[in-house]
Design a protein around this ligand. Structure first.
Ligand code: NI
Length: 216
């Protein structure tokens, strides 16, 4: 009898199905930094985002030096775009540190890349607060804030979900913000190239960045 007709094959298929279900369950149960339904499919860093051409778009915001900047100012360089907020207890610092470590390991290739941290908590993350915050990470990191409507627009363009939630922990005096924790690599033309899920491992991120940055 051919293998695909055997009971063992059926069991193997069932095992794979259960494995996938467990994995999905694990993603859902991620605590305060939840992922929106759209982002569920983007979890595996090896899987291309299905709506690739639809990620990203124009923005005009204020950088951590108080200067007005737009997406066009980054043309010719890669951007590693990450959305988050200063009061974030651990997910944002972990992601920004990962970007910092990856760029430090990349050598000269890293010169092509600008890390861009866009706040989804603009009411608290003022220009001054952003200036102090980005100083903890890669020296080329640009912190962007702006009016609530401008942040809503850019988050939507990047398919980033965020929502204030009540809850106090550590240095969070008022509220936490649930948000998508994906890092987007955007090309010198401003178009989406690749994404990294939260929890991606440093050696893998370095390897993928080398691959993506070396081609163009
Ligand atoms: Ni965060």
């Amino acid at each position: 009898m051919q293998f695909w007709r055997t009971r063992a094959f059926v069991y193997a298929l069932a095992a794979v199905a259960v494995g996938l279900m467990l994995l999905a369950g694990k993603m859902i149960a991620r605590g305060p930094e939840r992922f929106g339904p759209v982002d569920m499919v983007k979890m595996d860093p090896a899987t291309p985002v299905p709506s690739t051409p639809l990620v990203g778009g124009p923005f005009t915001l204020t950088d951590h030096g108080g200067k007005t900047v737009s997406d066009a100012d980054f043309r010719g360089q890669y951007m590693l775009v990450y959305f988050g907020y200063i009061f974030c207890p651990d997910v944002c610092p972990t992601s920004l540190q990962l970007i910092t470590d990856a760029l430090n390991e990349l050598g000269p290739l890293a010169d092509k890349v600008v890390p861009v941290f866009i706040t989804i908590d603009p009411e608290r993350d003022t220009v001054e607060a952003m200036r102090d915050y980005v100083a903890h990470f890669h020296p080329r990191t640009v912190g962007l804030t702006g009016p609530v409507e401008a942040i809503e627009k850019v988050a939507k363009a990047y398919r980033v979900y965020y929502a204030k939630v009540t809850g106090k922990s550590g240095n969070n005096p008022d509220y936490l913000v649930d948000h998508t924790a994906i890092t987007y690599l955007m090309g010198p033309d401003g178009k989406f190239v690749h994404h990294f899920a939260h929890g991606a491992e440093l050696p893998k991120v370095i390897e993928q960045l080398k691959d993506k940055l070396a081609v163009k």
